[in-house]
Design a protein around this ligand. Structure first.
Ligand SMILES: [Zn+2]
Length: 252
């Protein structure tokens, strides 16, 4: 399994950059994890969008879902000209339900699967796609939002999504061979953003607590230097820490 960073900025991109979007490939499945603004353009530089197996949207903030609107037009066109037959499966939170249903609406270009409708065990909802497993848990954010794990071949990619810190996170993240975690600010920003986001230092602390094998930081405020955020996380955890770079691919 491997993960390519399409966009790493939030809530707006640097010049020429993109917001949250990650391409996961493995187990015969190609999965787009979040579709922030700019990510769909990047995706097309790497692959034919017609070959996507599914899209997962962690929450309805534009830096995580704006390009879903572009993607829907692309899928609609491909189905019209016959270059893709199947609708695209979309895993999304049940809130705001109307917006996601409207997206799927005319023509059914998306086959929407609401995450809340997947079976729940110990706080985790699970499903399978080809050779990959998908796990979802509720995050602490300013609207319904999920963290995601993608599993396959004995590997576990954990994508933290957007979340404030809460006690169960370390359990949800346990066993990550790659932890992709937001570093939305420095420790000095915690008072301002800490109820709904993680700082770089918290990402490092949680990587240590959940015993992640490797930490890749992302979701950077565009005015901050990713390397400085990386250093703050690396100071509090023992595993290797990297700052996500757009276009780079990481083996999970
Ligand atoms: Zn958000």
């Amino acid at each position: 399994m491997e993960m390519t960073v399409l966009g790493c900025w939030a809530p707006y991109p640097r010049a020429g950059g993109a917001c949250s979007g990650y391409l996961i490939r493995g187990g015969g499945v190609t999965l787009l994890l979040d579709a922030g603004n700019g990510s769909f353009s990047r995706l097309q530089g790497i692959m034919d969008f017609r070959e996507l197996s599914a899209v997962v949207i962690t929450h309805y903030h534009t830096d995580h879902c704006a390009d879903l609107f572009c993607l829907r037009h692309a899928i609609k066109g491909a189905r019209r000209d016959g270059s893709r037959k199947e609708p695209l499966t979309l895993y999304a939170p049940g809130e705001p339900r109307d917006d996601f249903e409207r997206l799927a609406g005319s023509g059914g270009d998306f086959r929407v699967r609401f995450i809340e409708e997947l079976p729940l065990t110990d706080g985790i909802r699970r499903t399978e796609m080809g050779g990959l497993g998908l796990e979802f848990w509720s995050n602490r954010h300013s609207l319904p939002a999920y963290g995601v794990a993608v599993t396959g071949g004995g590997r576990r990619l954990v994508y933290a999504g957007d979340t404030g810190r809460f006690p169960e996170l370390a359990r949800f993240w346990a066993g990550a061979t790659l932890l992709l975690c937001e570093a939305s600010g420095f420790a000095r920003d915690e008072e301002q953003i800490g109820s709904v986001h993680l700082t770089a230092r918290q990402a490092g602390e949680l990587a240590e607590e959940s015993q992640a094998a490797r930490l890749v930081l992302t979701h950077f405020w565009p005015e901050y230097e990713p390397e400085a955020l990386r250093a703050e996380a690396a100071a509090v955890c023992r595993c290797p820490v990297l700052a996500a770079r757009e276009g780079d691919t990481y083996r999970c």
